[in-house]
Design a protein around this ligand. Structure first.
Ligand code: SAM
Length: 277
């Protein structure tokens, strides 16, 4: 058996599912303490793997839904947690799973996951667009992704992910986890982040989709000036009118600046539609 394909309980870690299993009890304890699960929580874990975090979560809350793509892991999980009647396994892709089906009336989801790197960003964007059903999220991600989530204007890590995450959530990087805590060890450092959706958005935009579009266009060419990257959406004159320095690069604008731009784009589109009708 090669060093990078360890077998535990007869399961061989699969690279294509991003399987790096946590084995470090100290780190597992720290993660669960940060989550602080309660029996009343509507807790869901994405990618339970062989149950490293699942076990202490279940011990604390007694109730847990998990979504796991690797069908070979399902019998292992069933056996391990057979004595928890409120442990529910959903076999399938978390990117396609309808999380609203596990919501109980009047509750919000607490989402947990040591996420495989290939689905982490699309999954975060998915939950951001459904932020109203989420109480909080605790994710283990590549450290670099956590840096992007938490980045502030002026930094090279600041971009679409930072702006959209910070638009919807308070972003709290918690701690770094080294490769040695996993089996097999990944090539890079990981980190735990807590994302807490705001009850009231600090910078509400008239239309979230327009904000997303403005941010995406702006960062398509992050080395150009904002005047250039947004020229298909809004003129330099209008940008100046709302107080944007058009010579700045996309990474130098704040979330509030992007919201102002997006709101102006909404007004422009409305005016155009009215002229056409
Ligand atoms: N939670 C376990 C741990 O910490 O040891 C496993 C973490 S491992 C990094 C990622 C887990 O996500 C694996 O169990 C993998 O099979 C699962 N997975 C990968 N892609 C998935 C997807 N699209 N939907 C649901 N689970 C997925």
């Amino acid at each position: 058996m090669s060093k990078h394909t360890p077998k535990a309980h007869g399961h061989k870690a699969r690279k294509r599912f991003g399987q790096n299993f946590l084995h470090d009890q100290y780190v597992i304890g720290k993660i669960v303490k940060a989550i602080s699960p309660k029996p009343t929580d509507c807790l869901v874990e994405i990618g339970p793997g062989m149950g490293a975090i699942t076990e202490p979560l279940l011990e604390a809350s007694g109730k847990l839904d998990v979504v796991e793509l690797d069908r070979d892991l399902i019998p292992i999980l069933r056996t391990k947690f057979f004595n928890y009647p409120d442990f529910r396994i959903h076999e399938g892709d978390a990117l396609k799973f309808d999380f609203s089906t596990i919501l109980e009336p009047g509750q919000q989801l607490r989402i947990v996951g040591n996420l495989p790197y290939n689905i982490s960003t699309p999954l975060i964007f998915h939950f951001l667009s459904h932020y109203a059903m989420v109480q909080d999220m605790h994710f283990m991600l590549q450290k670099e992704v956590v840096e992007r989530l938490a980045a502030t204007p002026g930094s090279g890590d600041y971009g679409r992910l930072s702006i959209m995450a910070q638009y919807f959530c308070k972003v709290e990087p918690l701690f770094i986890v080294g490769p040695g805590s996993f089996n097999p060890p990944p090539k890079v450092d990981s980190a735990i982040v807590r994302l807490v959706p705001y009850n009231e958005l600090p910078h509400p935009a008239k239309d979230h989709k327009t904000l997303e579009r403005v941010v995406r266009e702006a960062f398509n060419m992050r080395r150009k000036t904002i005047r250039n990257t947004l020229k298909n959406l809004i003129s330099a004159e209008l940008l100046q009118e709302i107080g944007i320095d058009t010579g700045l690069r996309p990474e130098n604008l704040t979330l509030a600046d992007y919201v102002r731009i997006a709101d102006k784009v909404v007004d422009l589109n409305l005016a155009e539609n009215q002229n056409e009708s």
